[in-house]
Design a protein around this ligand. Structure first.
Ligand code: AP5
Ligand code: ZN
Length: 215
């Protein structure tokens, strides 16, 4: 199954992708995670991307289109993939279509998670990530171990650099201006699956699975 997870910052794209990855045994491809790894490793791409990410802006299309095209050719994508956070602009969506045609692949569905702005802000300000294994948590909705460490590996938790109120606001604006038009783009292509992302993590997962099955 070849899927895209679409939605504003904090909608639950990463959370739901990880669950889908386990269920279908296909990889989650998160451009945000790939870019953060590049920043951490101070690669040329990471150095170029950091200022855009810190500001809550999108990194240039030319940077992300290339890394996704390469990633889709890896053997673990043979049976499917879950794109999380890509595409984010119409030119990225057009480039993805070209890549998929070239690789003789297609898209089965674009899952669009719908969540109110006030809930998004609460989710982002409470998000924490394990420094060691990368597992995601929420202080209130998906809490870590009682001592505040990662429940999987006891690693220390950290807050993302861009999860501060001013940057969150900018990321929301960027989403509405540049990414939201993709809902119409994929609705016209007949593959948009709109899902209410307001309920709990497991309920949202069940709604996605039901929606995929009904297609
Ligand atoms: P990216 O990492 O993709 O960030 P984002 O799109 O802003 O999305 P988030 O990761 O913040 O949210 P999410 O929807 O995954 O929510 P999550 O599941 O974590 O991108 C970061 C930056 O990289 C961009 O700003 C840009 O600069 C750059 N970039 C990345 N891709 C790019 C591209 N294609 N082109 C150009 N630039 C790009 O959930 C959030 C929190 O809520 C968690 O704590 C979670 O536990 C909790 N939660 C989730 N679901 C629920 C639920 N149902 N109920 C209660 N709590 C929940
Ligand atoms: Zn951990």
């Amino acid at each position: 199954m070849n899927l895209i997870l679409l939605g504003p910052p904090g909608a639950g794209k990463g959370t739901q992708s990880v669950l889908l990855e386990k269920r279908f045994n296909i990889p989650q491809i998160s451009t945000g995670d790939m870019l953060r790894a590049a920043v951490k490793a101070s690669t040329p791409m990471g150095l170029a991307a950091k200022a855009y990410m810190d500001a809550g802006d999108l990194v240039p299309d030319s940077v992300v289109v290339g890394i996704v095209h390469e990633r889709l050719q890896e053997p673990d994508c043979a049976d499917g993939f879950i794109l999380d956070g890509f595409p984010r602009t119409v030119p990225q969506a057009d480039a993805l279509n070209e890549s998929l045609t070239q690789l003789t692949k297609g898209l089965d569905a674009v899952v669009s998670l719908q969540v109110n702005v006030s809930v998004l802000v609460e989710r982002l300000t409470g998000r924490r990530t394990c420094k060691n294994c990368g597992k995601g948590f929420h202080l209130k909705f998906d809490p870590p171990a009682q001592d505040g460490s990662c429940s999987a590996c006891s690693g220390e938790l950290t807050q993302r650099d861009d999860d501060h109120e001013e940057t969150i606001r900018r990321r929301m604006d960027t989403y509405h201006q540049q990414t939201a038009p993709l809902e119409d783009y994929y609705r016209r292509a007949g593959i948009l699956l709109t899902v209410d992302g307001m309920s709990g993590i497991e309920d949202v997962q069940q709604e996605i699975l039901a929606g995929l099955q009904a297609r």
